[in-house]
Design a binder for this molecule. Structure first.
Ligand SMILES: Nc1ncnc2c1ncn2[C@@H]1O[C@H](COP(=O)(O)OP(=O)(O)O)[C@@H](O)[C@H]1O
Ligand SMILES: [Mg+2]
Length: 267
């Protein structure tokens, strides 16, 4: 694990054996020293950098208010980037609008308000594809392969679903667009421990299907356990990065960000 500041984090540490990164090193998403914010004169992200190589599952953890959601929104064109740049497959996508990013293969699942409650599950899934009706069946088959429990409930109103079910619909909705890159904001938030495990398994499955995935999580331990690499965001910048395993084993990261994981010390 390395403290990536003050240098820019365009380099990654060696890929773990067996990680998808070991074979392919195509840079998919690159955020370079991104500065961004909502209100004039107030920067939430400060020279924040991140990379995601093809096929990687990247975990982003850090305290509340660190800017994790803001980073995903900056990548997806929902927050004004004021400095630095964001590249997708080497092309500058800084401040492109969300619909442009969707057409370039980027999907985003916000933490909340990520389904249309008055529409059925099927309508939620099909709505982004109304201009491409021929693609619906193939995409639906892929999505229902990952979330088979949705199949029997396609007519059900999304607003009547539990939190975990809504999360599945939200992820499915993003997958219907056939993204190469998926940005997930706290897929386990608000779920019971069992449902959280399930959500992480689905994320892993989506990633294994070849979708480069960048996931923000408050469940730092579980996130780093399944991530190829992770970033610890603190005060709007990438404070630490490393493989999931490196971050989980780093005493500084444990004491500052993983809290109770360090409680195994005898006294
Ligand atoms: N729409 C907004 N307008 C103004 N400030 C915002 C907005 N959204 C988030 N912020 C502020 O940005 C900071 C980082 O928020 P956020 O990215 O949501 O953090 P995290 O996801 O790491 O908890 C917080 O101080 C928050 O109050
Ligand atoms: Mg957040």
């Amino acid at each position: 694990m390395t403290n990536v500041k003050p240098e820019a984090a365009t380099e990654v540490s060696a890929a773990e054996p067996g990680s998808p990164v070991a074979e392919t090193r195509e840079l998919v998403v690159e955020a370079k020293n991104v500065t961004a914010g909502y209100l004039p004169g107030i920067n939430i992200l400060n020279e924040c950098s991140l990379t995601a190589y093809k096929g990687e599952l990247i975990g982003i953890i850090g305290p509340n208010g660190a800017g994790k959601s803001t980073l995903l929104k900056a990548i997806f064109g929902l927050v004004q980037v004021r400095g630095g740049e964001i590249n997708l497959y080497g092309e500058d996508i800084t401040n492109l609008k969300a619909n442009e990013l969707v057409s370039r293969g980027v999907g985003f699942v916000p933490q909340t308000e990520n389904v249309f409650p008055t529409l059925s599950i099927r309508e939620n899934l099909e709505m982004g594809l109304f201009q491409k009706p021929k693609e619906i069946d193939e995409r639906l088959a892929f999505v229902l392969g990952i979330f088979p429990e949705l199949e029997k409930r396609l007519k059900q109103r999304a607003g009547s679903l539990s939190g975990g079910e809504r999360q599945m619909v939200a992820m499915s909705r993003a997958l219907m667009m056939g993204p190469h890159v998926l940005l997930l904001d706290e897929p386990s938030a608000g779920l019971s421990p069992v449902r959280q495990d399930e959500a992480f398994l689905r994320v892993k499955e989506i990633n294994r299907a070849g979708v480069t995935t960048i996931m923000v999580e408050q469940n730092a331990q579980r996130c780093l356990e399944i991530a190829d690499r992770g970033y610890v965001l603190d005060q709007g910048t990438d404070a630490y990065t490393g493989t999931g395993r490196e971050l989980l084993g780093d005493p500084k990261v444990i004491s500052l960000y993983l809290g109770t994981l360090g409680d195994e010390d005898d006294d």
